[in-house]
Design a protein. Structure first.
Length: 564
């Protein structure tokens, strides 16, 4: 329960810290990207304004005298009407002024119409003009016309309605504005489709009932034309508040006069933190003169205003970056949390191991210290003087036992900290084993233990370390083999097995016996070992990257290590 609570706390803290870092970094990146996008959008508007100004300049050049004074404003207006699809953009408004700030032309929400202006032989020349339906029809009729105009029905088979065609049947031309006589609405139906399902041709018959009349009476002698087509537009800007406000900006003469002092410089107006309105004034031929009273002068002024929602421009990039970085931070948080919890468990295990080792060492030293203390007290008080030699011998014996425990602890510490030098040489495992059998032959004879050795292998290792490993295996086997039992050592090309008959090791103790002071038999008071032999053997085998272990057999236990 405690570990689960700790694990949960580690995961929550790690994820929270990285998530906070993620939010800070992403917020900073988003602000940076939006600010960069603000500059980019300003540059794009500037490029668009230069392009528009050059187009307007071409029209003005044909309608100016030698002193750069505009001579035919009506003609300029008509030509600009034909160019209006080029300059008409969503949330962009443009206006053209004379050098004295008189309005010549501005973008609007009128309907663009085309008609045959004149013919020369078989060649017909197209003219363009605006129609403002609100000037000639009531509100209901205008709404109906707009519904027809902007309707986009989806045709799926021949005969389906595709669109409505609005045509002007007779009109008078008042400069660049059309005064309609009648407007007919024709239902167009699909005739053929291409491979992708788009309509390639459609047809319709002009109805007699879908007609709108203006009722205008020509009393001014305006020129009359028979027919005009109303060109479709992508959007209806007539009720767009943003478009209306931008139009008011470009029609503001005082704002123009102020901006004319620094032509070509973009000014910003912030609508909200991510929405800006740009305003730019361009002089004729992109140059200005200075009048005698030090005021800027140009033959004409082109004004461009645009509103841009910067977040819309950055949405794709921000979405990708936020999602990809979130996945990256999530993965990093998971890896860091797992590693942190793993480190925590290792430290907890190390602390537990340290406490157990300290307690075990204290336990093993307590008995000989108690014996030494008792015998020394007897010697001081001259009790049983006839046993002075006995006391001295046991004191010396327990001192040697304590010295052995301490030396093995130092050996284990030295091995674990790599503070030693390994010498690699050819080591015969059969010879090492045979020498140890001879060394412990008396003990084996006393317990009537039969020892058998078979096989041979030569490995590259430090002779003293391999001898220590096999010696510890042998001592462990002697300690746990009953009287009359058997020990066998089997060596193959890649494996050494140390078998001893006797009782099994409990399964839950198998992993623990390689730790210092861990024994299958928890009763330490009756054991002769230090509890460090197998731990030292395991540490040496790890240094050589040899796999090792212990297995219970039917009638005994097998310790082994694999060296190939």
């Amino acid at each position: 329960m405690k570990r689960n609570k700790t694990k949960r706390a580690i995961y929550i803290r790690t994820f929270s810290a990285l998530f906070a870092m993620y939010l800070v970094l992403m917020a900073g990146f988003s602000i940076f990207l939006i600010l960069q996008e603000k500059k980019v959008m300003g540059m794009e508007l500037q490029a668009h304004a230069f392009h528009v100004n050059n187009t307007i300049e071409e029209i003005l050049q044909n309608n100016m005298d030698l002193d750069h004074h505009i001579t035919n404003i009506a003609k300029i207006k008509k030509e600009l009407v034909g160019k209006s699809p080029f300059v008409l953009n969503h949330h962009t408004e443009i206006a053209l002024y004379t050098g004295t700030y008189d309005l010549i032309f501005h973008t609007n929400d009128y309907w663009l119409c085309s008609y045959t202006e004149y013919s020369i032989g078989d060649t017909q020349y197209t003219g363009y003009a605006y129609l403002n339906p609100k000037d000639w029809f009531d509100e209901k009729e205008v709404n109906e016309l707009q519904n027809y105009f902007y309707a986009q029905p989806k045709a799926e088979k021949p005969g389906d309605l595709t669109e409505y065609s609005l045509d002007i049947d007779g009109f008078w031309l008042d400069n660049e504005m059309i005064i309609p006589d009648k407007i007919y609405v024709t239902s167009m139906h699909a005739v053929s489709f291409d491979e992708t399902g788009n309509v390639t041709s459609s047809s319709g018959t002009r109805p007699k009932d879908m007609v709108y009349r203006s009722g205008y009476q020509n009393t001014r002698g305006l020129p009359y034309f028979d027919f005009a087509g109303i060109q479709p537009v992508m959007n209806d800007y007539s009720n767009d508040q943003t478009q209306i406000e931008l139009r008011n900006m470009v029609l503001n003469k005082e704002k123009l006069k102020e901006a004319a002092k620094q032509p070509g410089r973009i000014s910003y107006e912030r609508v909200n933190p991510v929405t800006y309105r740009y305003y730019l004034t361009m002089p004729y031929q992109n140059t200005i003169d200075v009048t005698d009273d030090q005021k800027p002068y140009s033959a004409s002024w082109t004004v461009v205003a645009r509103e841009i929602h910067l977040l819309d421009q950055c949405t794709g990039t921000l979405t990708f970056v936020w999602v990809s970085c979130f996945i990256t931070f999530l993965t990093a948080a998971l890896i860091l949390s797992v590693q942190t919890y793993k480190t925590y468990k290792e430290r907890e295990e190390l602390e537990r191991h340290r406490k157990e080792t300290t307690n075990a060492l204290a336990h093993d030293l307590k008995t000989p210290l108690s014996i030494i203390s008792g015998y020394a007290q007897n010697l001081i008080e001259n009790i049983h003087t006839e046993k002075r030699g006995y006391y001295a011998a046991h004191i010396q014996s327990n001192v040697k036992r304590m010295d052995k425990i301490i030396r093995q602890m130092l050996d284990l510490s030295r091995l674990e900290t790599d503070q030693f030098q390994m010498n690699f040489e050819n080591v015969s495992l059969s010879k090492v084993s045979a020498d140890l059998i001879n060394r412990y032959s008396l003990v084996c004879d006393e317990k009537s233990i039969a020892v058998r050795l078979e096989g041979e292998a030569v490995i590259k290792a430090d002779y003293s370390f391999m001898e220590r490993v096999i010696d510890n295996f042998f001592i462990n086997a002697l300690d746990h083999t009953p009287v009359g039992g058997s020990i066998s050592i089997r060596i193959t090309d890649s494996l050494l097995e140390f078998y001893n008959s006797g009782s099994h090791i409990p399964e839950e103790k198998i992993k623990e016996i390689w730790e210092p002071y861990k024994k299958a038999d928890e009763s330490r008071g009756n054991t002769k070992g230090t509890g460090l032999g197998l731990s030292i053997a395991g540490t040496i085998l790890k240094l050589y990257h040899f796999s090792y272990g212990v297995d219970n057999k039917d009638d005994g236990v097998v310790f082994w290590f694999q060296f190939a």
